[in-house]
Design a protein around this ligand. Sequence first.
Ligand SMILES: Cc1cc2nc3c(=O)[nH]c(=O)nc-3n(C[C@H](O)[C@H](O)[C@H](O)COP(=O)(O)OP(=O)(O)OC[C@H]3O[C@@H](n4cnc5c(N)ncnc54)[C@H](O)[C@@H]3O)c2cc1C
Length: 538
Amino acid sequence: MKVLPPGVKPADFEAALGEFRAAVGADWVFSADEDVELYRDQFSPSWGEEDERRASAAVAPASVEEVQAIVRIANRRRIPLFPISTGRNFGYGGPAPNLSGTVVIDLKRMNKVIEVDDKRHFCIVEPGVSYLDLYRHIQERGLKVWIDCPDPGWGSPVGNALDHGVGYTPGIHRDHFGAHCGMEVVLANGEVMRTGMGAMPGSKTWGEYRYGYGPYVDGLFAQGNFGIVTKMGFWLMPEPEAYLTSTVTVPRHDDLHALIEEMNYLEHVGVCGDPSYASPMGRYQRDPQLVALWKKPGRASAEELDAYAASKGLPSWSARLQFYGSAAGIAADFEYAKARLRARLPGAQFTPAETIRFPASDAEKDRFDRKVAIGVPSLEVFTGMALADAAGHVYFTSVIPKSAEAVFEAQRVYSDVYDEAGVQFSGLAGVGPYSLPATWAYHTFIFRMPLPTFHDDVAANRKVRGIIHKLVEVAAAHGWGEYRTPAMFQDAVAMAYSFNNNALLHFCEQIKDAVDPNGILAPGRGGVWPKHLRKERK
Ligand SMILES: Cc1cc2nc3c(=O)[nH]c(=O)nc-3n(C[C@H](O)[C@H](O)[C@H](O)COP(=O)(O)OP(=O)(O)OC[C@H]3O[C@@H](n4cnc5c(N)ncnc54)[C@H](O)[C@@H]3O)c2cc1C
């Protein structure tokens, strides 16, 4: 199915492709159906329907100059462009654009690691550098720095950070956009701009001081559509002498209050890393007895859940204690954390500490089930992933406060939405009394709910879309917004940030109109549409 950019005639589109070919070489413009197919979102919740967002073609430049040439052609011919770095944004839209007919600008060929400094701890990379590439680059040179990676290592520091992606080592590194430092951007008019210290010719601190001088504009380029990022700096964590991990469990339902408060303290004071909460009881969320308890009017009380957990002989909650630093220091930190937790939670139990010293061999690193916690990228997350008969999933990810009250409230509020929609616990869906938020974001929780998507079940996909729209609405009514979402929900999510008649969105639209008057860069991304396409807002 060939889609063209809105308002562009086939002959004009062919002429634009011809100009793209002249700019980057014929081999790097993809317009055959089988090539463009690769830029579909395999996890799309509207697969094969009219509303699926489909690219018309793709173009893969090899240099900043080629990116500039493409942007200038696109401007002249009014061709919308959608930049991707490694294009692996699955669960949040894959490589597909917001607006059907857009040409994907695929930056995979721009894959140079420009600099890694293991004395001052930063790197500067191009968009096509994947986490696996960067890790390999560091290991091959024996450099003493870590990267912080998301679960799948095939994505890129640049692409991931530009969608506010997240990882698993200590707080300031897990927030990938927060850990970036300076960028180079091709603007909609084809000009190249550098931010932060990079804006100063000959600057010596591009990857180290992020603000430079004057307004800090970097935020516009993440979840936005104001430029194409062609280089980005990131702070890196120095390789610690050692890492120590243990799991703490607490027996009672209401112990989650003190557990979270203590882990918040230990994390924010800089003692512990990512607390990664879980529940040993999670495996029973499909048990008919528990489902019945949870579905009764008023839902299960803490006492009932405690009795149920006791019947299974399991504690209610767990958290990971993770320490990075000197071997002696982290052993002492572990004792300190245990003492604090025991003082508030007499029932707390700790697994024996596991420690690893660095530098470590691959075999030593392999002992750890969560290699991302020690900065090692892989694709292990896909091993044994229960897709059932689904093609993929989309995430609903709302930002909630870092407290047990908020967790319990979210469990109930979202269970109400699921019950009303008739969602049963399955491999990819379900909320129950042991569902817990992700702890990627340093100062908040993200309550993540995957929902399955299908290539052969339009009705099921429609239902998923309806549920996500409902979740966005219900979340907003509770003061919770999403941190990230696939293209087809970006308007709804952006509109929920509606303080003072959507003043934030209107401000972004004014910037869009000023810096990209032809609206060629990623129309619709982040809910920001150029003037002539605002009617596309869904
Ligand atoms: C099982 C599973 C587990 C996952 N776990 C995680 C996880 O732990 N953490 C996490 O963050 N994500 C996770 N994801 C989501 C996703 O896979 C990763 O975030 C991935 O790194 C994103 O793909 P990418 O790096 O190739 O970015 P891209 O797809 O290249 O980019 C993402 C978006 O950013 C914008 N963009 C990209 N490059 C540019 C540019 N140069 N200029 C301007 N805009 C640009 C585009 O809008 C693009 O759609 C997971 C997904 C799955 C399926």
